[in-house]
Design a protein around this ligand. Structure first.
Ligand SMILES: NC(=O)c1ccc[n+]([C@@H]2O[C@H](COP(=O)([O-])OP(=O)(O)OC[C@H]3O[C@@H](n4cnc5c(N)ncnc54)[C@H](O)[C@@H]3O)[C@@H](O)[C@H]2O)c1
Length: 328
């Protein structure tokens, strides 16, 4: 059996953000049409080492994508000099069940999560959007930035996080070779004032910006919240946006505090969500109707996006003879 092994650097050379956005649109469309088999994530507790091993697996027939992403959550790892959340994607040949590829699951997650915001922004944000605000400068942030730059002609990028020194370091790292003006913001008010697009990608349990300060016509991506306790998007946005789209209905409605908290107060109903990203891709629901509409996209992620994006990376690597090959 011949297996292609791909690290982050090789994956970056193989697939750019525009290709990744196309891949997640294909994944979303298949998911929303019910043409995927994505079981609930399996979870093993490894209590001896204070760890959890998660298995995100599934099958997307139209994309010939079959496999599993192994994600481990080991909070004590940093003390050992190891990532607290190592991840690896394993893809199989759908025709034979043999393993085709092993790739860096951490980078794959960042790429496909950025691509999800990119796809939603492409379909929902005003075409002439110029000012982008990024809130959060952690592991996911750079791909979130790349995704917005891939779909709109952005002139100014504003970055805000809890720690201004981290913001400055982030800007120094990601702005190299880019023509946009980067601004390190001292407050979220400063960051969102006049912004055309806002992406929140934080681990916060409370809103990270004041929704009432958001200008009409803005598009917002909520990426970080994936538990009932976490919520980074102001209720004002969640309850008053003209268009709300989610990556997967089941995931978002059951997992994210962005929806669950206002729902508990009776301020938000599932019916206020217009549809899934796949419905929007396929024209089954409408997006923005006017330049004054506020549009909101919420993502909690799903194995379907890893599978299809990973499969496309594998196919490109195979056709270009890239990556390391191992035989077992
Ligand atoms: N939707 C998806 O598919 C998907 C995929 C991967 C990760 N995520 C989630 O995205 C979130 C971010 O991931 P990461 O790897 O970048 O995390 P990280 O821990 O590396 O970074 C978190 C960032 O949030 C910032 N932050 C926290 N509280 C804040 C606040 N109140 N105001 C402003 N900034 C604040 C921190 O300063 C930091 O920059 C996590 O919750 C993660 O689980 C979602």
């Amino acid at each position: 059996m011949k297996i292609i092994v791909l690290n982050e650097k090789e994956m970056k050379n193989i697939m750019n953000m525009k290709d990744a956005i196309r891949a997640v649109k294909e994944a979303s469309s298949n998911y929303s049409k019910g043409k995927t088999d994505i079981p609930l994530r399996a979870n093993l507790n490894v209590k001896e080492y204070n760890g959890n091993s998660l298995y995100m697996y599934g099958y997307v027939p139209d994309s010939k994508a079959l496999g599993v992403k192994l994600v481990s959550v080991y909070p004590d790892n940093p003390k050992k000099g190891v990532s607290a959340c190592p991840a690896t994607m394993i893809l199989e040949n759908a025709e034979t069940g043999e393993v085709n590829a092993i790739m860096d699951g951490t980078y794959l997650t960042r790429l496909r999560t950025g691509a999800l915001s990119g796809a939603a922004t492409d379909l929902l944000a005003k075409k002439d959007s110029k000012v982008f605000t990024l809130i959060g400068t952690g592991g996911q942030a750079e791909c979130q930035l790349e995704a917005i730059l891939a779909v709109r002609d952005i002139e100014e990028v504003r970055v805000y996080s809890r720690n201004i020194e981290n913001v400055k370091k982030f800007i120094e790292r990601v702005s190299k070779g880019k023509h946009q003006r980067f601004v390190a913001c001292n407050s979220s008010d400063e960051a969102v004032d006049g912004a055309d697009i806002i992406t929140a990608v934080t681990v916060s349990n409370d809103p990270v910006f004041d929704g009432k300060k958001v200008k009409k016509g803005c598009h917002i991506n909520g990426v970080g919240s994936y538990t009932p306790e976490m919520s980074e998007i102001d209720e004002h946005i969640v309850c008053n946006s003209n268009v709300i789209i989610v990556d997967t209905m089941d995931g978002t409605i059951n997992e994210t505090g962005d929806f669950l908290k206002p729902m508990k107060k009776g301020l938000f109903k599932k019916e206020m969500i217009i549809g899934e990203l796949g419905d929007l891709v396929d024209g089954k629901c409408s997006g923005r109707k006017s330049d004054n509409d506020i549009t909101f996209f919420e993502t909690t992620g799903s194995a379907v996006f890893d599978l299809v994006t990973g499969q496309k990376i594998y196919e490109l690597a195979n056709s270009k003879s890239m990556g390391q090959i191992i035989e077992i």
